[in-house]
Design a protein around this ligand. Structure first.
Ligand code: NAD
Length: 435
């Protein structure tokens, strides 16, 4: 279902009218394409406080010019990791106040912070302040620009994250706080095809977001396995054929789903994307038990079962990646979705608990994407007014595309993202719900 309002505000009369009426002004987002893989313009690197981060070599590899920023910057990176007290926060204002206006449309502001120091409440207060700052600037900056915070201790470990956030691939990711841990073992990879030689399985990939994820992982060089219910086998085969992958018709709720995936992949698996999901909306007072159970089975119980089975069987190789799909409904809650909200919040719990153990015991990272309003068949079926609210009630004033979730998944699946673990990254244009 096309977003006609977005097209309308792109015309001169549309812009005039919606401005006069004080209506939202969504800017067309600049997304990744093979012809235009990088944002156009320079990168401005600013520092507030004393920083130990060795950022220059990492920023030099973002594809943005770091030498000449005499024009309007496409991105600003503010290294605020060294701020240890409230007084130091003045440096944030001093650095960004003069330059924010000049950042190009669809440009990026990335603030770098440090982990909160449990033994120093002044440092913790100042570093937590960066979170409120980031989320507030994200809400006011406009023109398709995004603002995110990365907490890190090592610049090289955060390279894949910074490259993602400073690129057009992160068009619909704003207001997020991402923690990057200690550097993992360096995994050799081809720069243009980072997943070459790796196998990725995406559940629910016959259509919608899952199809886009499979497409993006295949673009990055992975051999993809397109899993979907047997009823969707034809579509799954069509997708697999187009991407040079394999179709696997299977209901993820089958008790032996994990074993059947392991059997289908005797050479192992590198990337497991739990994307299959269903909604069966009703208010709790009207919800029969089977609607509750169906949603919890598909969205949560099967994710737990297959994850356990594939880790236990050793199908997921060391250096592997698990990316699960949560939802902002699991974070903010949503009327009519007690079953869905519970299932998606469960996914967040699974990720946070399993991530450190999976990394220590299996060398596998576990993260989640939490989509907001994404333009798919699922959301096209939503009644008009709720659909319009979903599209506009975020800082970018529009819905996201399946490709936005897919690019976020590809960053988490990247061989260089070993230090990104246990994160729940919302792909929601900074939705006002659950903000
Ligand atoms: P969709 O309905 O278009 O696609 C879901 C796919 O999962 C379908 O191909 C379906 O056949 C498959 N599937 C369902 N049950 C399955 C099962 N038991 N076994 C195997 N495959 C199964 O949905 P979508 O919009 O592409 O959503 C994908 C994921 O993103 C879901 O987990 C959804 O909850 C989540 N999500 C979507 C949005 C959105 O705005 N579209 C927002 C938040 C979260």
């Amino acid at each position: 279902m096309a977003d006609r309002y977005l097209s309308f505000t792109g015309t001169a009369p549309g812009r005039f009218l919606t401005r006069r009426l004080g209506l939202p002004q969504p800017a067309p987002l600049r997304r990744w394409s093979p012809e235009r893989p990088h944002l156009e313009g320079g990168l401005l690197h600013l520092t507030a406080g004393e920083s130990d981060l060795d950022l220059a070599p990492v920023l030099a590899r973002t594809g943005l010019g770091t030498d000449d920023v005499s024009g309007r910057p496409a991105a600003v990176v503010l290294d605020a990791s060294g701020i240890r007290d409230v007084e130091g926060l003045a440096g944030v204002h001093a650095a960004l106040h003069p330059v924010v206006r000049s950042v190009t449309a669809s440009g990026r502001v990335v603030v770098l912070g440090a982990p909160l120091d449990a033994a120093d409440h002044h440092q913790a207060a100042a570093q937590q302040a960066l979170e409120g700052f980031t989320r507030s600037l994200g809400k006011e900056i406009g023109r398709g620009r995004t603002v995110n915070l990365v907490r890190l201790t090592d610049a090289a470990a955060a390279e894949s994250t910074l490259r993602f956030l400073l690129s057009p691939r992160s068009a619909y990711v704003s207001g997020q706080v991402i923690e990057v841990g200690a550097p993992g073992p360096a995994a050799p990879h081809d720069r243009d095809h980072p997943l070459a030689g790796r196998t990725a399985l995406v559940t629910g990939a016959a259509r919608g977001i899952g199809e886009a994820v499979a497409e993006t992982l295949a673009r990055d060089g992975a051999k993809v396995v397109v899993l979907d219910v047997p009823q969707a086998e034809q579509d799954a085969r069509r997708v697999a054929e187009r991407l040079g992958g394999l179709a696997l018709p299977l209901d993820v709720t089958a008790a032996d789903a994990g074993a059947r995936i392991a059997d289908a992949l005797p050479d192992g698996l590198d990337v497991l994307v739990h994307n299959a999901g269903v909604t069966r909306d009703r208010r709790l007072v009207n919800m029969p038990a089977e609607r509750w159970t169906q949603v919890l089975e598909v969205n949560l119980a099967s994710v737990l079962r297959t994850t356990d089975a594939l880790l236990r069987a050793g199908t997921l190789r060391r250096g592997g990646r698990i990316v699960a799909t949560a939802s902002i409904a699991g974070i903010a809650g949503n009327a009519g979705q007690t079953n869905y909200g519970a299932s998606k919040a469960g996914v967040v719990g699974l990720v946070r608990s399993l991530a450190p153990r999976a990394l220590a015991e299996h060398g596998v990272t576990v993260n989640a994407v939490a989509p907001g309003f994404i333009e798919t068949r699922m959301t096209a079926a939503v009644p008009l007014f709720i659909r319009e609210a979903g599209r506009r009630m975020n800082s970018l004033a529009q819905g996201g595309l399946p490709a936005d979730v897919a690019e976020t998944t590809a960053w988490l699946a990247h061989p260089a993202s070993a230090a990104v673990n246990g994160q729940v990254v919302r792909v929601c244009g900074q939705s006002l719900l659950g903000a």
